[in-house]
Write a protein of this length. Structure first.
Length: 336
């Protein structure tokens, strides 16, 4: 087992690809970010910055920032975020529940989110999967379950396909991995192409944030004044805009279901019943594609942001799936 990173590695290094914008002294977003980081610390996790060797296949200069226990993990659960703010904003409500259930969360920022970055030109989910796996190897975690939300689900699915010896189970939350590029032209999604998808998922104006919230929540939270939304965009959404757009382009262009690998691990699919970003049809399509090796849970009165709208229910389903014994003839893994 590889040695766990020393405490001297805790402070994440600046991304090598581009300098992060200086954060304002008086900022609601900065205050919120600090609060969430304190929740990670209080849950017993620490931040690490992993500089990956070129031998890992991720390119020289690639850095993955992640939160992990300061000692080797027991039952490791890798939590992969979707588009939006850094991982701390998306996974904070899950930490204590997972830990109480006997699991050790490991929470990375995917490349070009938070403090993770790479000078390599590859933007595929395969490249993301390779980088995250190399980071897991670096901290000595060889076996783990993986949970991915939305874009993180694309990476989680790819990791399960690429590393079946490492990934024990998978949970895919509103992850439209079965989408095809042709789905955009037939109107399955609220966007008609990559550029419109980028405008939606990488908001640059307060109106973009409002549209995204209305689209992803069934019961949207109160919308803050424009000054707060501008502050959020400046602090959390102003970095790596070009790279994130390229991630979306690599995700969608020429995508076909026939090219999608099947995965062998027991897989839980969780979906918001009223998801408008990745409609429920994609959940059923994925369940059929996995051919009896998955189980679909549809969360009522929830949209694409089901992990935030219904975090208790989603977390309970994740824990149940991770704790469930598996046998070759286990009928619970038949298609629903």
């Amino acid at each position: 087992m590889a040695p766990f990173p020393s405490q001297s590695q805790e402070a994440p290094q600046p991304p090598p690809a581009a300098a992060k914008r200086k954060r304002p002294c008086l900022s609601f977003t900065v205050a919120r970010d600090r609060c969430l980081r304190r929740r990670f610390h209080s849950a017993g996790l620490r931040p690490f910055s992993i500089r990956l060797p070129s031998s890992a296949g991720s390119g020289t200069g690639t850095t993955v920032s992640l939160w992990a226990p300061p000692q080797p993990a027991r039952r490791a659960v890798l939590l992969l975020h979707g588009f939006g703010a850094s991982a701390t904003w998306q996974w904070a409500p899950y930490l204590r529940r997972l830990i109480a259930a006997g699991f050790d969360p490991i929470v990375p920022d995917l490349l070009f989110f938070g403090d993770s970055a790479s000078p390599a030109p590859d933007r595929s989910e395969t490249f993301q999967a390779r980088a995250v796996k190399a980071a897991m190897d670096a901290i000595g975690v060889r076996r783990f379950a993986v949970v991915g939300v939305s874009y993180g689900g694309f990476v989680a699915h790819r990791m399960a396909a690429m590393y079946p010896e490492a990934v024990e189970r998978a949970v895919l939350v509103c992850a439209g991995v079965c989408l095809e590029e042709s789905d955009l032209s037939v109107g399955l999604f609220p966007v008609a192409g990559v550029e419109e998808a980028a405008e939606l998922l990488i908001p640059r104006r307060p109106s973009d944030v409002r549209r995204l919230v209305r689209l992803t929540f069934v019961r949207p939270p109160p919308i803050m004044p424009s000054c707060f939304l501008k502050d959020y965009i400046n602090v959390m959404g102003s970095d790596h805009i070009e790279e994130k757009t390229e991630l979306l382009r690599a995700l969608i262009n020429d995508r076909q279901l026939s090219d999608l690998p099947k995965i062998s691990q027991p897989t839980l699919i969780i979906w918001g019943e009223q998801d408008k970003v990745f409609p429920l049809e994609l959940a059923h399509r994925l369940n059929r594609h996995l051919d009896g090796n998955s189980r679909l849970v549809v969360i009522k009165r929830a949209g694409h942001a089901v992990n935030l709208e219904k975090d208790k229910e989603v977390c309970a389903n994740i824990i149940e799936h991770l704790q469930e014994p598996v046998s070759c003839d286990d009928s619970s893994w038949e298609k629903v």
